[in-house]
Design a protein. Structure first.
Length: 961
């Protein structure tokens, strides 16, 4: 492949580019923590070698990030190796990565020299990098400006400041970050840093500070960085004159520095900082210790060499020349040097970067990630339960005493807002057990795993996975009891909220007193890939509506659109009191769930719904109904329709029988709610939707049947399952496929068990006696009504009459226990989830499964997988795997810092291979196992194996099943 730029055939440029490409690398990196403006991220960028002997690479600071970094580099010949952070500037957009040159064996590595002095207006340049993620792109342009202020990318992202940027028009896009900007001699005159999305303008970082830092790092010296805790902006002389700059000073500066066109003006002064009582916004910087300051490089030269020292600065303010002494602050100390992770949240100290665009002092604790809570990211934390939290030490002391399941009042304020918020935070220390304190020494992060209530500290050190020591961490009953006591002491006021008490438009408005808010937190993306495909994080909380159907037993009905046993749930009454809740019963096929709370924990004027046991799905078109939601209204049944299978997200919609659709105007808002007739307050149907699909409204007769068994303390039915899916079809379609007129008359006859319908098979797996396009005529000798489909979920064996290939056949149907559809074990491995196929995966894979488990990305957005949908895993490192036990054994044998090769396949494509990088320092293998109500979480770390066991909450502390 020729390296000749298509628009330039110069032999000089050809030689330069051919020589320089050996120094260019692709950087594939991950940010593992939410720190400052960073969030967990997987991406790629560019870099270039500046010291081939020591293995030093230059790239951007926004590539390295402010938190924990891991990455690898790839040379132009596709050799790759691991890189570590050598240095990252606290402010400017550059940093150094280090690799081992001995790891690169098949190419002669070159290096590019840094020549900031050669950057001039009109210089022809080339940008060599991986523009738009493409291997080796060569972009051309000319330098047009040398002294432009840094671009502003927005308030809630990283921004460089206190430096000039170079401007050119080269049309670089994503992936070019970290590319060298070279001249015709092959010297780097700038570092690609950013650009404008909708134009060809690019921004380069000048290399003066990069070269200084490189020289220090080469000699093994620390890179000192100083500042006056002030953001300066280079401002032209005409604007400075508006601020009162005299002609005398302007004339002196212009004469001494004829190429200079402006001076530095204070744009932002850090509140309560070292300079806040002396420097003011709008001050024009004239000199430091008598030396004229005309640009950023002169100021940096002074400050970087005098951290902790005092300087006399001279500023011009209001036509007056002022002098005062200011101490130089350490820029590294003002950046993120440590953070705490607890309960899914991340905290760190306030940093210079965060206060740059806010009027905040550099003190206090920042919530950089709210995790599964309602605390906003990038918020300043003030108090927890009324106690001030001013630093990470105080925060750690709180975390050590935090109780699982207990609510804490967090007082915080989101940056760039004026109002303070107070949110209740309930820590789930079962699914979020990590209590991590991370500290930074130089550029190396050290993670210390802590345990609450005085447990011993654990320091994680890089090593090959082994299980030499196992520490059992058991949850104490005292913690759960303390949380329960707190809930019991809270009583709901007898006065109803006005949103309920004021509703009188419907005759049965007291029904709304049975409504509760169901909050579901999915700490693990289990039994669904919806969070991945929709770009959401699994730890986000979902809210649904529940309905009390037995207030004495504490039974709540809700739709099963997002539940799994890997969920944490609680309910809220009238937005006043929140209680824990457990899953009593799940019906995956009818798409409803029954939850249970402890009614002794609350005193409130709640009502319970009356469920109709007679009204099924035989709604009449045009039948008048009442719908009950936050906005109750009248509606009219518009039509009957079949349920649908949502194969896009592989999530629950409900399948196998008819549902009611209401008129369009109501349908848009009927994502949840209940339906009654106009004659009485008996509930005849419940609405549910998933994934943005329109409302699906289903009768509640099956719910009533299960509720009666619960009330009578009878064993709940063991649901059955067969992997087949039907949809209603027409008799015309059946006739076209060979249905006899005699059978047509029998199906439509009112004699016997009444008229029924015919159904076509749209999906059937190979382990069933059905085939796609079979037409179902009878179930257990009866014409088919909707309730007859209960045979598929209640009977172990029965016969059906079908029409296949224009012939009627009687086949025997055998079902399996539906309990096997509920996931009870899974692995989290390298940002991926291993689990057995759930119901929707089964309904989209007709062939015999190649293994018992599927893999798909978790919601961290860091997975190496090239697909989001679940794929069956058949081999790991060429070893066949069929079961979860076989998989676990192989995964534990994979060394840290190596690649694992997986062979996967799905229904629509053949076997595929994919490679996964195993970084157990940041992503240890974690196993979850649920046995009844007992949970075990095992973390296979690089230093030890940690096991946590607990029992699910149930009313009265007893199992609900």
């Amino acid at each position: 492949m020729s390296l000749i730029p298509t628009n330039d055939s110069s032999s000089v440029w050809l030689d330069t580019v051919s020589r320089t490409v050996k120094c260019i690398v692709s950087v594939y990196f991950r940010h593992h923590e939410a720190v400052e403006f960073d969030h967990p991220l997987k991406s790629e960028a560019s870099g270039f070698v500046v010291d081939k002997e020591r293995g030093i690479i230059v790239t951007n600071r926004h590539v390295i990030g402010a938190g924990v970094f891991s990455g690898k580099i790839k040379f132009h010949n596709f050799e790759e190796c691991k890189v570590d952070v050598l240095y990252c500037d606290p402010i400017h957009d550059f940093g150094f990565l280090k690799f081992d040159p001995d790891d690169i064996k098949h190419v002669a590595i070159g290096e590019i020299s840094l020549r900031p002095d050669l950057a001039r207006v009109g210089t022809e340049i080339r940008i060599l990098g991986n523009d738009s993620g493409q291997q080796l792109s060569i972009l051309s342009g000319f330098i047009s400006r040398l002294q432009r202020n840094t671009p502003n990318y927005g308030d809630y992202t990283y921004n460089d400041f206190n430096t000039f940027y170079i401007q050119a028009a080269a049309n670089a896009k994503g992936g070019s970050s970290g590319s060298p900007v070279i001249n015709i001699d092959g010297h780097a005159v700038g570092l690609q840093a950013g650009g404008m999305t909708y134009s060809t303008t690019d921004y380069f970082l000048p290399l003066q500070r990069v070269k200084r830092a490189l020289d220090l790092v080469r000699d093994g010296n620390p890179v000192s960085r100083g500042c006056l805790q002030t953001v300066w902006e280079h401002t032209s002389f005409n604007i400075c004159s508006h601020y009162g700059l005299t002609e005398e000073i302007e004339g002196r500066i212009r004469k001494a520095y004829p190429d200079n066109v402006g001076m530095l003006v204070a744009k932002h002064v850090v509140k309560d900082g070292k300079s806040s009582e002396k420097i003011q916004v709008g001050d024009i910087l004239v000199s430091v210790d008598g030396e004229d300051i005309i640009d950023f490089s002169v100021l940096d030269n002074i400050l970087d060499e005098s951290v902790g020292k005092q300087h006399t600065i001279e500023v011009f303010r209001n036509e007056s020349l002022l002098k005062f002494d200011v101490e130089v602050a350490d820029l590294h100390a003002l950046s993120c040097q440590e953070f705490v992770k607890f309960g899914g949240m991340t905290f760190h100290n306030m940093t210079y970067q965060l206060v740059r665009s806010t009027n905040e002092p550099i003190d206090g604790v920042i919530v950089s990630c709210g995790g599964p809570t309602d605390v906003n990211c990038r918020s300043k934390l003030y108090k927890i339960n009324g106690k001030a939290i001013s630093n990470l030490t105080e925060l750690k002391e709180f975390c050590k005493t935090a109780v699982h399941g207990k609510s804490y009042a967090f007082e915080f304020r989101t940056l760039k807002t004026t109002s303070t918020n107070n949110q209740s935070v309930r820590f789930d220390l079962h699914f979020y057990p990590d209590f991590v304190f991370a500290s930074k020494a130089g550029s190396v992060w050290t993670m210390e795993k802590l345990l609450v209530n005085g447990s011993k500290n654990i320091t994680v050190k890089p090593s090959v996975i082994k299980s030499s020591s196992t520490q059992i961490v058991s949850e104490t009953k005292q913690e759960s009891a303390e949380a329960a006591v707190e809930d019991k002491e809270t009583k709901i006021p007898t006065v109803l909220p006005s949103s309920i008490s004021d509703i009188t438009s419907l005759p049965f408005s007291n029904i709304l007193q049975s409504f509760v808010k169901v909050t579901v937190s999915r700490p693990i993306n289990c039994d669904s890939t919806e969070a991945v495909e929709s770009g959401h994080h699994s730890d986000e909380e979902y809210q649904k509506t529940g309905y009390i159907i037995d207030k004495e037993l504490g039974i709540i009905l809700t739709t099963n659109v997002i539940f799994s046993h890997f969920s944490t749930l609680y309910i809220t009454f009238f937005d006043q009191v929140r209680l824990p809740v457990s899953i009593k019963y799940i019906d995956l096929q009818q798409n409803f769930a029954l939850l249970q709370y402890d009614p002794s924990m609350i005193s409130a004027p709640v009502t319970e719904l009356k469920l109709s046991s007679t009204k099924k799905n035989d709604f009449a078109i045009g039948e008048k109904i009442y719908s009950y939601q936050p906005d109750p209204s009248k509606a009219v049944c518009s039509r009957m329709d079949n349920t649908i299978l949502n194969t896009r997200f592989h999530t629950e919609v409900g399948e196998g029988c008819d549902t009611l659709l209401v008129e369009r105007e109501l349908e848009k808002y009927m994502a949840f709610g209940i339906i009654t007739s106009v004659d009485n307050d008996e509930v005849i149907a419940m609405a549910g939707s998933s994934g943005g699909w329109r409302a699906r409204i289903r009768g509640v007769h099956e719910v009533q049947r299960i509720l009666e068994k619960i009330r009578n303390k009878e064993p709940l039915p063991e649901k059955r399952f067969i992997n087949v899916y039907f949809t209603k079809t027409t008799l015309l379609h059946a006739r076209d496929n060979g249905l006899s007129e005699e059978r047509v008359l029998e199906c439509t006859s009112d004699e016997g068990n009444g008229s029924g319908g015919v159904y076509t098979t749209v999906f059937a797996s190979e382990d069933t006696p059905f085939k796609s396009s079979d037409i179902l005529l009878k179930i257990a000798g009866k014409n088919i009504k909707e309730e007859d489909f209960a045979a598929f979920s209640t009977l172990e064996e029965f016969e059906v009459l079908i029409l296949r290939d224009h012939k009627e056949l009687t086949i025997k149907v055998q079902t399996s226990p539906a309990s096997k559809l509920l996931t009870s074990r899974l692995f989290i491995w390298c940002d991926n989830v291993f689990q057995k196929p759930w119901i929707e995966v089964r309904q989209t894979n007709a062939s015999k499964w190649p293994s018992e488990m599927v893999i798909f990305p978790d919601s961290s957005q860091l997975s190496d997988l090239e697909h989001d949908s679940p794929h069956f895993v058949t081999h790991v490192n060429s070893k066949p795997v069929k079961t979860m036990d076989e998989l676990q054994k192989i995964l534990l044998d994979i060394p840290n810092g190596t690649y694992a090769t997986l062979m996967v396949e799905d229904e629509t494509s053949g076997p595929q291979t994919t490679s996964i990088y195993c970084n157990y320092d940041t992503n240890p293998l974690v196993e979850y196992v649920r046995e009844g109500r007992h949970w075990t979480r095992t973390e296979y770390g690089v230093a030890e194996t940690r096991v946590i066991e607990w029992d699910e909450w149930t009313p009265g502390g007893k199992s609900a099943l």
